[in-house]
Each structure stands twice: as structure tokens, then as C-alpha cells.
Design a protein around this ligand. Sequence first.
Ligand SMILES: Nc1nc2c(ncn2[C@@H]2O[C@H](COP(=O)(O)OP(=O)(O)O)[C@@H](O)[C@H]2O)c(=O)[nH]1
Ligand SMILES: [Mg+2]
Length: 272
Amino acid sequence: MHSINKPRSRSREALPLSLARVSVVVPAMNEEKNLEHVLPRIPDWVHEVILVDGNSKDRTVEVARSILPEIIVVNQDRKGKGAALRAGFRAARGDIIVMIDADGSTDPQEIPAYVGTLMSGADFVKGSRFLQGGGTDDMEWYRRFGNWGLMQLVNFRFGGHYTDLCYGYAAFWRDVLDKIDLEKVDGFEVETSMNIQVLRQRLQVQEVASLEHPRIHGKSNLRTIPDGWRVLRTIITMGLQPNPNRTARPRRRIDFTRPNAGWNRHIGMPNE
Ligand SMILES: Nc1nc2c(ncn2[C@@H]2O[C@H](COP(=O)(O)OP(=O)(O)O)[C@@H](O)[C@H]2O)c(=O)[nH]1
Ligand SMILES: [Mg+2]
């Protein structure tokens, strides 16, 4: 038995995070000026950082390599943020995959909150700007309104309790990729598609409060009307498809009789 007063041989910070390997996927299109505000803020214990270059016309790739020489750079097969994430997920080797933006809006220093929530039993963790503790400085009123309306539709049709929908910060265990299909999801509807599919798969989905900062340099690539329409079309199309798991019982919650059942399940460690 451990005595409470006995000093630990390893630091507390190094313990849980060293067990699972974390890949961070960063889609970036013409973000040369923003990367210096993003890449250095990624925690050191992250196993790998994957930059998906959206055929940038500026020095995005060179700048990324100069800041983080070990960064892995991949290309995407089609245009759009969804295609970029798909390529990044395919290249990722970690047990956990975290997706963040390259424009300075999502703060890599929040990664421990996502990883910690996965460690404690969640399968899929999404950031929310509208939970207590979260917020945004990067959303015009009409985008806020659109996001809210689309989220209501998703909650109504797919039985979620989301407080946010179209936000680029999320993290998940890599086996989630076996359960969701992103093959035809090329654009900004990617987060919505993922958020719906994880609900349909009855995964343990959890939100964490997140602060979204203003994009530092440049302009958003999102076009409110066409991209909002793509999101709406995704919700309608998926809503018309029958749920293959409709009769499945909701996934068993964390089994407290098994030690560390949360992360052991995902990284294939014995439970005893
Ligand atoms: N590789 C790649 N990255 C993209 C593409 N579209 C957007 N991004 C990146 O995705 C992130 C979010 O895009 P952004 O334009 O800021 O949209 P917003 O945050 O919704 O306003 C940023 O890091 C962009 O550089 C794309 O087609 N390819
Ligand atoms: Mg942005």
C-alpha cells in the first residue's frame, strides 16, 4: 500500500499524459503569420504535430518547419477544411488525436482539458464556446445566431445536448475514426458531421469550455451563406438517413469496478 506521505517517484504532471500518445492535427491555409502564435503553445508532451497544408500560396510550410523542425507536413487530396482534417487524421499515429486551428483562435494550451477528459472516460471531446468558462471573440452576431439555430436542429433530431456546433476544437481516441465516415465531407461542415456521427454511434461525447480568440492575421475562409448551407444540408441529409444504431442501447458508462477503464479500453492495456 502507498503511504499518502511517501514522495512520488515521478512528477504528477508526467504520469497520466505520458501513457497515451497525442497527435495534434493543424489544418492551415495561408497562415504564415499566425503559426508563430500557435505552434510554440503546443505542450511539449505532445507526441507529434501534423500540419495539413491547404496548398498555401505563402510560406506556411517553411514557417511551420522553422518553428517546429520535427513537424509532419501532409497535403490534402481535395479542397476544404474537411478534406484537410481527413488527410491529417490519416497521417496521425497517436492514441489520441486533437484538432486545432492555425489562425490563433484555438489555444493549444487548452489541450490538457481535452486530453484529461478523454483520459477520464470520454470517447470524443468537443470544445464549447457557450459553456460556463468558455467564450468567443471571433464570431459575428449572425454566425452566432446561425450556429445556435443549426445546433438546435442537431439536438432535436439526433438527441444531443450540445451547447455549440461549428467549432474547430475537438479531440478523440483514434478508434473513433473506425466508427465515423468522413470520406465525402470536404468543407466546413466537417465538425457538424463528426458531432452528429459520434452521437449516432452512441459514443461517450463530452463538451469542455473553450475560449475562442480572434483570428490574429488574415481573414476567415468561411463564407457564411454557402458554408452555412453546407452545414444545414449535412444535417438534413443525415437526418433523413435511418440511424443504424437506433435499437442499440446507449453505450455503457464508465465501469468503476474496473480500474482505469476509461483509457485502458482505448490503448489496449490490460485492465487488471
Ligand atoms: N489545409 C487547409 N486548411 C484550411 C482550409 N480551410 C480552412 N483551413 C484552416 O482551418 C482553420 C479554420 O479556418 P478559418 O478560415 O479560420 O475559418 P473559421 O475559423 O470558421 O472562421 C484555419 O487554420 C484555416 O487555415 C483548407 O481548405 N485546407
Ligand atoms: Mg478561424
